[in-house]
Every structure is written in C-alpha cells, then in structure tokens.
Write a protein that binds this ligand. Sequence first.
Ligand SMILES: CC(C)(COP(=O)(O)OP(=O)(O)OC[C@H]1O[C@@H](n2cnc3c(N)ncnc32)[C@H](O)[C@@H]1OP(=O)(O)O)[C@@H](O)C(=O)NCCC(=O)NCCS
Length: 302
Amino acid sequence: MSPLINMQVSDAPAMLELWTSAAPHERLSRPLLEEKIWGDPDFRPELALVCKDQQQLQGFGVAVCRRKDDSTMGYIKLLAVAPKLQQSGIGSAIYKQLEQRCRDLGALEIRVAESAPNYLHPGVDERNVAAIAFFTKHHYGEIGRACNMTVDLGQWEKEYRQAAFGTDPSHPIRVVRATSAYAPAIREFINLHWPTWWGEVSVALRNAPISLFLALEEGKVIGFAAHDANNRGTGWFGPMGTCPQQRGRGIGRVLLAHCLDDMRRQGNESATIPWVGPVDFYRHHCGAVVDRHFVRLAKSLT
Ligand SMILES: CC(C)(COP(=O)(O)OP(=O)(O)OC[C@H]1O[C@@H](n2cnc3c(N)ncnc32)[C@H](O)[C@@H]1OP(=O)(O)O)[C@@H](O)C(=O)NCCC(=O)NCCS
C-alpha cells in the first residue's frame, strides 16, 4: 500500500473529487471541505492524512481531538477511499493511523462525525451501510441516534412567517440582532446554560452580518438563536436556547422566526435544523420535516 503522508491544502481539489464520488449523499463544496479541515479550531496536521500512489489520491482521513468534560475525545471527521479501491484495506490503514495518533494525544474515546462545534453531521447516515460495517469491524458500538430536519423556506414564508413573528407590540420581550457590544453578556449566558455551544455561538458572532439573535427583557439576555455557525453557507440553523425559567413564553418561536427570515433573505431556499431534540417544536412552528437519520458510533480507547 502507498505510504500515508500529511495532507496539504493543495490536495483539496483531488479530495473534493474523491469525496464526491465516494460519498454522494454527503455533499461537500470546496469552502465546506476547508472549513471542516483547516477551519477547525483544533486542527492538527498530524491528524490529516492522505494516501497517494505516485500523484494519484487513493484515500484520505481527518480526525480531531477535543477536550470534553475534563478528558480528551477523538473524532473521525472525514474518511474516504476512491470507490474502485474500496474494500482493499486502504480505509483501515488510514483509520488505524488516526486512531493511534488520537490515543497518543490522550484520547480516551473516539467517535465518528458529531465533532461539535465544527462537524459535518451528528453521526453516520443510517443508509451508509459500508461505513457502519467499517466502523463496526473496527470495534465501534452504537451510542444513540440523531436526526436532522429541513425547512422549506419558501413554504415557511407563505405559511408560518406572519404568525411566527407575533403581533403584540406591547410584548415585553425584545428580539435584536446581536452586536459585538453584547459579546460579554452572551458569553456569560452561554457559559451558564450551555457551555459546549460557545464554539458555534462565537462563529455566529464573527459573521458579517452577525448571525445571532437575542431575546432581551429589561436589557438582560434570556434567549438566543444562531445560524451559519457551522457548515457555513449551507443554511445551517442553531444552536438555540431559552433560559429554563423563561420557557413557555413563545421566546423560542420568535427567535427561530428571526433566524429563518434572515436565512431566507440571504438567499437560502431551505434550512437544516441539525441534531434535533424537540422535533415537535420545529414541526409545529416552522413546518420542518425529519429527513436524515444518523447512527452515533463510539469506541473506548482505554
Ligand atoms: C468507509 C470507507 C472509508 C471504508 O474504506 P475501505 O478502504 O473500503 O475499507 P477497508 O477495505 O479497510 O474495509 C475494512 C472492513 O470494513 C468493512 N467494509 C468496508 N466496506 C464495506 C462494504 N461496502 N460493505 C460491507 N462491509 C464493508 C468490512 O468489514 C471490511 O473488512 P473485510 O474486507 O475484511 O471484510 C469507504 O467505504 C468510503 O470511502 N465510504 C464513503 C465515505 C464515507 O462514508 N466515510 C465514512 C464517514 S466519514
């Protein structure tokens, strides 16, 4: 087998072509590929490998290690082999190197995809039987399921937009687009309730225009919703949260509407609501439908 070498940015066009032929259900663009690899805040060159014969790309793999709950977690972010070379051991060779390097960096567990805040999907698409068989062979087990929903924004505009914004001008809750002046208050709010979401929220704060909306009451942040904070340019919604004491007042509904409206105005035809917990909330308030199902896979490295 050809040796494994560190990936270079100049490999990106060949990687994109290989990925498109090997994984037709997981569309990547050049900016998205770069965001997933070099744009990851924890990117390390030794966790990004290509397998090349002469100058021909045969396969590639990318992993990342993140600190999570006082320990280190490894994630396989991307792994692909040229279709005509599959099932000849190339995927396993790349995988084993990545797993060993994650171990060397102190990872106690390794998962596939779901590498929030920078991730392509929350798991392996349940239709991707080859990948599920591959990771099972490498001793992964299922730790749960996840789903993504899609909103048709044209339909949303016609059927939900008006109702979603509400009509009561005396409502004490104000929704504003965040500005950098709010950054310290947002950070405090996120750290208090959902510290793992700060990575995505900080991306939304750096976007121009800022793709983060805040619900304010007496000047205090009581809820937020973001978009374009991961998989940028694809119509990616979230994260979103209303502080526990304020739930049930319609705050989430209004914040969701502001984000969808912003996404629509930026030219998106649909929005993805990823890794959804409250499926009924999104179905009810914006007509979202569950259209992707994922298997979450993990392996202990201890
Ligand atoms: C997943 C993938 C990288 C595997 O690469 P590969 O080079 O074919 O893998 P290997 O040859 O090392 O296969 C190792 C084991 O995986 C399993 N496996 C791999 N492909 C399989 C398939 N199509 N059907 C069933 N089992 C399969 C087998 O158990 C195989 O062992 P065996 O040959 O002894 O039976 C490849 O299928 C691929 O590029 N898929 C598209 C991209 C993708 O979905 N990536 C995963 C998410 S990031």
